[in-house]
Write a protein that binds this ligand. Structure first.
Ligand SMILES: Cc1cc2nc3c(=O)[nH]c(=O)nc-3n(C[C@H](O)[C@H](O)[C@H](O)COP(=O)(O)OP(=O)(O)OC[C@H]3O[C@@H](n4cnc5c(N)ncnc54)[C@H](O)[C@@H]3O)c2cc1C
Length: 509
């Protein structure tokens, strides 16, 4: 299935009762966002809390979130789909998947469980206000197709809005950009009619997006230059999972293959992460070794691929079969490590004095983070400043009632946390139901009063540019549980299912 087709097909399956459903004013749970988190949340609600009336509101015309927004050539995952896929839906393809394969996988989840009847596309949530008297959220929603204004109320908000602004990517401004004769394109807003065949293209940036885009462009452009200010780590791996292939040869059911391979990858990754954190120099050498093998001893690896920061301080992009480096070896791609002085009519002038000619410039310069989907929140008439709150386990916030959010792992696949939060949320709903309470609000206990407050993410631990630019807008975390954030999957797979709702950190009313 191609992106865009799924939605038409799914929408055609809508039935009369479903349309009636859409007219409901009040929902038990409102999920914001139909990306991999929102569809996962819908699955868990559907499966674990079938009595809950819920809707997913999505501002785009289709599901997929990140995989809908990023339409540039070569867009693909940078982690394996055995762990990026849901725990409940076996992944049967190659470990690294294209955006179309991920969208197809998500469309199957939606179709298998008939989730489309819960999803309302082109519904942008603009504001949400909590009323303690009414014990509910009131939502203002704008329909992006008709401009119509819609109001809804919901007992619970399950925020699956992702972590960055989808409407526009992050492009720094450089002197002379308006002089450049060709197009300057951010990968987040890739035009379908961009002409790059047989052209000279400069891609600014060397993160995961550049690493996936460049090998695809290299097949059709005259030449691609990857222009980076500083080097990034890459993780070269074959895009084959031998354990999965062996199990399939033995006719092992796909559910088993998925679970076994998932566990194996998690174990391997935990070991790699430990190595990177405890023995960074050894990890650095392990990451550079396969690059040296492809590019040879004469290539200046030190300048272009040996970062100053320690491995894992930023997400490491997986490069399947080393395709980026093979394209460099073939001479189709060159790497320049320098800083931009200014744009000229024909390209880019660098601070070293060198110039790069370009027909097209791609700014793979990242994105801007968005806190809770840029929705204006208020509580009993007071504007909510999320940066003044403290997170409860990275999924709720002090003094913010009945609101859960999904924020995935940076070092492990995002979706691992989608499933854990799905279980946590449904267990919380069941607990509240069985105790006859309607509202849950995280609140510091007296013993937490002296707790040290820290940034949402420790900059010593994880410090990409997009996080550094926005961390001040995010809630704080505490120095002890249950107020810590950014823990590992290995830890949370034990702590989240065991979280004690009666430890005094959650106020039920
Ligand atoms: C190019 C790229 C590749 C990536 N690859 C990986 C990978 O391989 N592995 C990995 O673990 N992570 C990866 N990530 C991180 C990735 O963002 C997450 O893995 C995951 O896609 C996040 O899913 P999500 O559903 O939480 O958010 P998103 O995918 O961001 O989706 C959020 C959805 O919410 C909607 N929304 C937001 N605000 C509102 C609102 N106010 N009203 C209505 N709807 C709203 C958006 O339109 C969007 O559809 C990648 C990120 C990028 C940009």
């Amino acid at each position: 299935m191609r992106p865009g087709e799924g939605r038409t097909k799914l929408t055609e399956t809508l039935t009369e009762p479903v349309r009636a459903h859409r007219e409901l004013e009040h929902l038990d749970v409102l999920i914001v966002g139909a990306g991999i988190s929102g569809i996962g949340a819908a699955h868990h609600l559907h499966e674990q809390c079938p009595e809950k009336i819920f809707v997913v509101l999505e501002s785009k015309p289709n599901f997929g979130g990140t995989w809908q927004t990023h339409r540039y050539p070569g867009a693909r995952s940078d982690s394996d789909l055995y762990t990026y896929g849901y725990r409940f839906k076996p992944w049967t393809g190659a470990p690294i998947a294209t955006k179309d394969e991920i969208l197809k996988y998500m469309s199957e989840v939606i179709m298998d469980e008939d989730l489309d009847r819960h999803i309302r596309y082109e519904h942008q949530v603009t504001s949400a206000s909590w009323s303690s008297a009414e014990k509910r959220w009131s939502l203002n929603v704008t329909r992006s197709d008709t401009g119509e204004h819609v109001q809804l109320t919901a007992t619970f908000l399950w925020m699956c809005q992702g972590y960055y602004r989808h409407s526009v990517g992050h492009t720094p401004s450089w002197v002379g950009m308006d002089q450049f004769a060709g197009p300057i394109i951010h990968p987040q807003s890739w035009p379908d009619d961009l002409e790059y065949v047989d052209k000279d293209v400069v891609v600014i940036g060397s993160g995961a997006t550049a690493a996936t885009l460049i090998p695809a462009l290299a097949q059709e452009c005259r030449h691609v230059t990857m222009l980076q200010r500083s080097p990034t780590y890459f993780f070269i791996r074959s895009n084959v999972n031998e354990v999965a292939d062996m199990l399939r040869e033995l006719d092992i059911p796909e559910e088993w293959v998925h679970e076994i391979v998932r566990q194996k990858i998690l174990l391997d990754f935990a070991a790699i992460t430990k190595l990177a954190l405890e023995f960074p120099e050894l990890a650095r050498e392990e990451l550079l070794k396969p690059i040296r093998e492809i590019l040879g001893d004469d290539y200046d690896i030190e300048t272009h691929f040996n970062p100053k920061y320690k491995p894992w301080r930023q997400r490491i992009a997986m490069v399947p079969d080393g395709d980026l480096f093979e394209a460099i070896k073939r001479g189709k791609v060159s790497v320049v490590t320098d800083e931009i002085d200014s744009f000229t009519k024909t390209g880019i002038k660098l601070k070293s004095g060198a110039t790069l000619d370009a027909d097209v410039v791609i700014t793979a310069t990242g994105f801007d983070m968005s806190v809770l989907g840029d929705i204006a929140f208020s509580i009993d008439g007071r504007v909510l400043d999320l940066s003044q709150t403290i997170t409860y386990r990275g999924l709720m916030f002090t003094d913010v009632p009945n609101l859960l959010q999904v924020f995935g792992y940076f070092r492990a696949s995002w979706t691992l946390r989608v499933d854990l939060i799905g279980d946590f949320s449904c267990r919380l709903f069941d607990y509240m139901e069985s105790h006859g309470v309607d509202v849950v609000t995280p609140r510091l206990r007296s013993e937490d009063a002296d707790m040290t407050l820290l940034a949402w993410v420790n900059p010593e631990d994880f410090n990409p540019g997009y996080m550094n630019r926005s961390v001040h807008l995010f809630p704080k975390q505490g120095s002890r549980d249950p107020w810590r954030n950014g823990l590992t999957y290995e830890l949370e797979k034990e702590t989240l299912p065991a979280a004690d709702f009666e430890d005094g950190s959650l106020l039920f009313t």
